[in-house]
Design a binder for this molecule. Structure first.
Ligand SMILES: NC(=O)c1ccc[n+]([C@@H]2O[C@H](COP(=O)([O-])OP(=O)(O)OC[C@H]3O[C@@H](n4cnc5c(N)ncnc54)[C@H](OP(=O)(O)O)[C@@H]3O)[C@@H](O)[C@H]2O)c1
Length: 302
C-alpha cells in the first residue's frame, strides 16, 4: 500500500514509518519542517503549512490510506493561545486534508485518525469501552470531540474512518515515561495526588503495531488503544522504583502543589481513566507488552 502519514516525525510517527517501510509499504508524509523532507523511492516527504492553508497535493499521489497523527503536544503549558494551537493543529489540519481531497483525483479509501482516551471522564471504578457515552467536561475532552468530528467528515468523501483512542504512550526516551521515571531515578519515588488515578498506558512498539494493524485491516469506527493492564499511579511508581532499586520512602506530591505548578494541565497527572482494549483483542491483535512488568523490563534497561 501507499500510506500518507501526518505527524510522521513525532514519537509514534517515526517508529510507525520504520515499521511500515520494513513491511514493504510506500510511505509519504506531510511535515511543517522543510528540513525534514526526504525524497527516496519508497519514502517521500511533502511540505504543508496548515496555518496558512498551504499543502503540496503531490503528497496524495497513489495514496490508499492516510494515517493522521498530527497534533501539537499537550505537554506544554495550556495558555489560551497554546490551547488554540492544540485544538487547531488537529481540526484545521484534518480540514485542510479534506478540502484538498475534494479538489483532486485521488484513490484514498481509508482514514486512520489518532484520538485520545482523555475523552472519558476521570474515574476510579469505571472501565471505559468504545460504547461508553460519558464525555469529560474539560478542555482535553473538547479537543477529542472536535478531533473525532473532523475525522468523521471524511466519510462524506466515501472514505472509511477509524479513530484510535490512544492511551499514554510509554517509550524509554521520549514522552511521558522518562518524565515519570526521572525523579525516581534521582531517588525520589513520589506518587502524585491520591495515587489512585488510573494510567491506561501502552508501549510505543504496541501503539505502532496497532496503527499498522488498523490501516492494513481497514478497521472502521472507534477503538481504544491501551495495554490490557492499566495501572494506578501509586502501583506504577512502586514498580518503577523497584526496577531502579530505589526504596519507596517519599510522600505523594499533593494535588494542590501540582495545580499551582502546572495550572489546568495538572489533570494530565492527577486524573486518569481505566480503559478496556478488548475490542482490539477480539480482532486478533496481540500485544508485545501486555503487562507493565513486561514493558518495564524494556523501558528501564540501560
Ligand atoms: N504520545 C502519547 O502519549 C499520545 C497519547 C494520546 C494521543 N496521542 C496523539 O497521537 C498523535 C501522535 O502522537 P506523538 O506523541 O507521536 O506526537 P508528537 O511526537 O508530538 O508529534 C506530532 C507531530 O505533529 C506535527 N505537529 C506538531 N505541532 C504541529 C502544529 N502546530 N501544526 C502542524 N503540525 C504539528 C509535528 O510534525 P512536523 O514537525 O513534521 O510537522 C510532530 O512531529 C498526536 O496527535 C497525539 O496527540 C499521543
Amino acid at each position: 500500500m501507499t500510506i500518507l502519514i501526518t505527524g510522521a516525525t513525532g514519537l509514534i510517527g517515526t517508529a510507525l514509518t520504520k515499521h511500515l517501510l520494513d513491511q514493504g509499504h510506500v510511505i509519504h508524509f506531510l511535515t511543517t519542517r522543510k528540513e525534514k523532507i526526504i525524497k527516496e523511492k519508497d519514502h517521500k516527504g511533502f511540505y504543508w503549512n496548515p496555518t496558512s492553508g498551504e499543502i503540496d497535493v503531490l503528497a496524495f499521489e497513489a495514496v490508499d490510506c492516510i494515517i493522521n497523527l498530527v497534533g501539537a503536544t499537550i505537554a506544554k503549558r495550556w495558555t489560551p493561545a497554546y490551547k488554540k494551537i492544540i485544538l487547531e493543529s488537529r481540526t484545521k489540519t484534518a480540514a485542510l486534508i479534506h478540502a484538498s481531497l475534494k479538489k483532486i483525483d485521488h484513490r484514498v479509501k481509508h482514514f486512520v485518525c489518532a484520538s485520545g482516551i482523555s475523552i472519558y471522564p476521570n474515574a476510579i471504578n469505571t472501565i471505559y469501552t468504545e460504547t461508553s457515552t460519558e464525555v469529560a467536561s474539560n478542555f482535553l475532552a473538547q479537543v477529542v470531540v472536535a478531533w473525532e468530528a473532523a475525522a468523521d467528515q471524511f466519510t462524506a468523501l466515501g472514505i472509511s474512518v477509524v479513530k484510535i483512542r490512544t492511551g499514554v504512550v510509554f517509550d524509554a526516551k521520549e514522552g511521558a515515561f522518562p518524565k515519570l521515571a526521572q525523579p525516581i531515578k534521582m531517588g525520589v519515588p513520589s506518587a502524585v495526588g491520591s495515587g489512585s488515578q488510573w494510567i491506561s498506558w501502552i508501549h510505543r512498539d504496541d501503539i505502532v503495531a496497532i496503527y499498522a494493524f488498523a490501516a492494513i485491516n481497514g478497521l472502521t469506527g472507534v477503538y481504544n488503544a491501551v495495554a490490557p493492564a492499566p495501572i494506578q499511579n501509586i502501583a506504577l511508581t512502586t514498580l518503577v522504583a523497584g526496577a531502579y532499586k530505589v526504596p519507596m520512602w517519599a510522600p505523594n506530591v499533593p494535588a494542590f502543589v501540582l495545580k499551582l505548578l502546572l495550572g489546568e494541565m495538572a489533570i494530565l497527572v492527577l486524573e486518569g481513566q481505566k480503559v478496556s482494549v478488548s475490542k482490539f483483542e477480539k480482532k486478533g491483535f496481540n500485544f508485545s507488552y501486555p503487562t507493565i512488568e513486561s514493558a518495564l523490563v524494556n523501558l528501564t534497561k540501560k
